[in-house]
Design a protein around this ligand. Structure first.
Ligand code: FAD
Length: 474
């Protein structure tokens, strides 16, 4: 009788412990992906990514003579039906860590076991399971630095090779990928995503290799400069498990093994990778991270309802060039540089006083790397309401941030081309540019580029005043 390999956020053949175990169990395989939208909340950019990632996985499995079965609906009944139809005796998967997925998987495990199936789950997504890492008193970590120290003490298992051989199970009716309707139809807004990414295991591997080869060495010096291609851009690949963090870890270590400079840079890079594990650790232990303030004192915060400001922010029309450049990069490519994510999020939360959840939901819909743990932990980090968060009163000045991290305005010129003709000084604050400079650049504020939606210094005072409400209850 065959075994079922249920793919979820592990869309790869290499370093896939569930697939390897299933393949080595000596039985034919039924590989399946189920679009279970009750549990899997998908934003627009993620849908686009998933379509292409499934196409890539399907093609890779096909090369081994095994089809990827596609089904849509609640996973439990679909798996039960598949087992009944084919006489499957075992079910393999790699674990997911979102609260809804954990609850679903537990139910499925119990139901399948009751029917006599063997259910085996594995870790393909994290360096270390959230229950394997704890403080000296056995508590989950709430602060990143000691988490990182503890993680470095762990032995990170070496990645597994792809299974040598896959044997196809019996033929089963399934659906065509097109019926999932994951791609945008009218209008097709995905042109920029297509240019920027190659979803799938091959694309992930190529991205890692190019990063280690060309950019790792300068990662610490350049990772905060959005105009530079200095970071790995592995985030969507990691989210869908087209590459695993253990593969990234071991390839990075191998790259820096004999080179002191590389070692320092490699450690800086792995430290960022560890933030991903930390966020998953937080979500696992505090499953309401997505919807509730981690620090409940923030429940008293007097958020504003600024629909006009929110719309301007989404559209990249706030009048603050660095914020607008980030929001347009996001819309166009499904990704935004980390430094600019922090600046844009801070602007929405602190300059416009819009609830962090509204910004997080917009990111959720537009990011190709939208990830429940990373996204909501990061938004709460910026808001000051999260675990080991930046203090609320540290309010980013978007102009100073822009001058520091995009000194020549190259990033702004790329994404806000209407400002391209401004000089390096005024490109960060066009509303202060003298008439002659604006004229020379062919810009009229309010006609070609918006005036600022708020005055940052007034907004800053307003935010600090609002924060008093949190201070009173904490
Ligand atoms: P690199 O610098 O090359 O880092 C390598 C990998 O480490 C990343 O791919 C990512 O998996 C992980 N990583 C790096 N920084 C962080 C971090 N701060 N937190 C968690 N993991 C990290 N990341 C997501 O993957 N999905 C999200 O939905 C998401 N939303 C965010 C929202 C806000 C407001 C902010 C400030 C950050 C968010 N991040 C999110 C974290 C971070 O911005 C991205 O992971 C990073 O920019 C991805 O680019 P990269 O792959 O080139 O990163």
């Amino acid at each position: 009788s065959p075994a079922i390999m249920w793919f979820r956020q592990d869309l790869r053949l290499k370093d896939n412990p569930a697939l390897r175990a299933a393949a080595h169990s000596g039985t034919p395989l039924l590989c399946i992906f189920i679009l279970d939208e009750e549990v899997m909340r998908l934003g627009g950019a993620s849908r686009w990514w998933l379509h292409h990632s499934l196409a890539a996985l399907g093609a890779a499995l096909e090369k081994h003579g095994v089809p990827l079965l596609l089904k849509r609906g609640a996973a439990g009944p679909i798996l039960e039906e598949l087992a009944a139809e084919t006489g499957a005796r075992a079910l393999y998967w790699n674990r997911c860590y979102e609260p809804a997925a954990i609850a679903r998987d537990k139910k499925i495990k119990d139901a399948m076991k009751e029917k006599g199936l063997e259910v085996k789950s594995f870790n393909a997504a994290l360096l270390c399971e959230p229950w394997e890492i704890a403080t000296k008193t056995g508590e989950p970590f709430k602060v990143f630095t000691p988490f990182w120290k503890a993680l470095q003490q762990k032995t990170i298992p070496a990645p597994l090779p792809a299974p040598e051989e896959l044997v196809a199970g019996p033929k089963v009716e399934d659906e065509a990928l097109e019926t999932f309707a994951l791609l945008p139809s009218k209008p097709d807004w995905a042109g920029g995503l297509k240019e920027a990414w190659q979803p799938g295991e091959e694309g992930a591997r190529a991205r890692l290799a190019a990063f280690l080869d060309e950019h790792l060495r300068e990662y610490p010096a350049k990772r905060d400069l959005p105009a530079q291609p200095a970071t790995s851009r592995l985030s969507p690949h990691l989210h869908w498990g087209e590459i695993g963090p253990r593969q990234v870890w071991s390839a990075t270590e191998a790259a820096f093994a004999s080179d002191a400079m590389q070692t320092k840079s490699g450690t800086a890079f792995l430290r960022e990778l560890a933030w991903r594990d930390f966020s998953h650790n937080l979500l696992y232990h505090w499953p309401s991270l997505e919807s509730e303030n981690w620090k409940s004192a923030f429940d008293a915060f007097p958020w504003a309802k600024d629909e006009k400001g929110f719309k301007a922010w989404c559209a990249g029309k706030t009048g603050y060039p660095i914020v607008d450049a980030g929001m347009r990069e996001l819309w166009h490519t499904g990704w935004m540089h980390n430094r600019v994510r922090m600046i844009a999020a801070s602007f929405l939360i602190k300059d416009l006083l819009v609830h962090w959840k509204e910004g997080a939901d917009w990111f959720w819909d537009t990011l190709a790397d939208a990830d429940l743990a990373n996204n909501y932990a990061s938004w709460q980090w910026v808001a000051g309401s999260g675990a080991d968060a930046s203090p609320y009163f540290r309010i980013f000045n978007p102009v100073l941030q822009s001058e520091k991290f995009d000194p020549k305005g190259a990033y702004i010129r790329k994404w806000v081309p209407e400002l391209a003709g401004l000089d390096d000084k005024h490109i960060h604050r066009p509303w202060e540019a003298p008439e002659a400079a604006l004229e020379k650049a062919g810009i009229k504020i309010g006609r070609d580029y918006p005036a600022p939606v708020v005055d940052h210094f007034e907004a800053r005072d307003r935010a600090l005043e609002a924060y008093q409400a949190v201070k009173r209850v904490s």
